[in-house]
Design a protein around this ligand. Structure first.
Ligand code: HPA
Length: 233
C-alpha cells in the first residue's frame, strides 16, 4: 500500500512516529540513535526511517515546513498507516524573556488563526491541546535525563516573519514561542482520534533577535531528540 505522498508499505511504519521538519534531520537522528535504521520513504525527498531505540520500534518521518506539509504527512500516517502517536520534534522562535536560546519547550496548547481545523472538521476551535499522556511521558523522560524544560503554549503561524501579532499572543494567549506545524498535527489527531504532542528547541529569540549557530543548534536539538526517544520506551 502507498499513498500519493508516501511509498512505504504499511508494515514499514511503526505505531510511534517522531517528526522533525527537516528531512536531513530525520536521516541524522536515524543514523545516530536507531538500531538497524531502514529508509522507508524518499518521495519528494521527505526522508523517513524505521528502526528500534532500546528495543522499541519507531519511525522518524520528516514533515517538511508549515501546516499544509505537516498536515498531509501526519494525516496519511494516522489514517492510512494506522500510526497511534506522533511527536513533533522541531524548533521555535521564542518571544518571552524567560525562554532562552537552546532551551526546550514542551507544548501544552497550539494556538493558531489557521482555518485548518475548520476546513477539516467544521469546528471553529483555534486552540488545540497536546496529548496529556504523551506530555507526561515527555516530562518524565526530561526528568530522568535531568534536562530542565519549559511548559507553555505556542503560536502556530503561516508567516515565519510575523512580528505584528506577538504582543497580543504573549499577553492574551500566554504563548511562549512561535512555530509552524503543531496546529495541523493536533487537528489531524483530533479528527482521527489519535495522540499527538510536540517538543521544541528555541532556535531564535524574537525579543533579543539572537540566533543560534548551526553547531549550537545541533547540540540543543540532540537533547530534545533524546527526551523524545526516552519518552517512548
Ligand atoms: N517563526 C516561525 N517559526 C519558527 C521560528 C520563527 O521565528 N523559528 C523556528 N520556527
Amino acid at each position: 500500500m502507498a499513498t500519493p505522498h508516501i511509498e512505504s508499505k504499511k508494515e514499514d511504519i511503526a505505531k510511534t512516529v517522531l517528526m522533525p521538519g527537516d528531512p536531513l534531520r530525520a536521516k541524522m537522528i536515524a543514523e545516530k540513535y536507531l538500531e538497524n535504521p531502514v529508509l522507508v520513504n524518499s518521495v519528494r525527498n521527505i526522508l523517513a526511517y524505521t528502526g528500534t531505540y532500546k528495543g522499541k520500534r519507531v519511525t522518524v518521518f520528516s514533515s517538511g515546513m508549515g501546516n499544509p506539509s505537516m498536515g498531509i504527512y501526519s494525516y496519511e500516517l494516522f489514517n492510512e498507516y494506522d500510526v497511534d502517536e506522533i511527536i513533533r520534534i522541531g524548533s521555535c522562535g521564542a518571544f518571552r524573556e524567560d525562554l532562552n536560546l537552546y532551551e526546550v519547550l514542551l507544548v501544552e496548547n497550539s494556538y493558531s488563526v489557521s482555518n485548518y481545523l475548520q476546513e477539516l472538521t467544521g469546528e471553529e476551535d483555534h486552540v488545540l491541546p497536546s496529548n496529556i499522556e504523551l506530555n507526561k511521558k515527555l516530562e518524565n523522560a526530561a526528568n530522568r535525563l535531568r534536562v530542565n524544560i519549559h511548559h507553555g503554549n505556542v503560536f502556530c503561524t503561516d508567516v515565519f516573519y510575523n512580528q505584528v501579532a506577538i504582543p497580543n499572543l504573549r499577553d492574551n494567549y500566554n504563548c511562549y514561542a512561535t512555530e509552524m506545524e503543531t496546529f495541523a498535527l493536533f487537528s489531524n489527531a483530533r479528527k482521527l482520534n489519535k495522540k499527538a504532542s510536540a517538543i521544541l528547541t528555541v532556535s531564535d529569540n524574537l525579543n533579543t533577535k539572537e540566533v543560534t549557530t548551526s553547531e549550537e543548534r545541533q547540540n540543543s536539538f540532540n537533547k530534545m531528540v533524546e527526551i523524545a526517544l526516552e519518552s517512548i520506551i
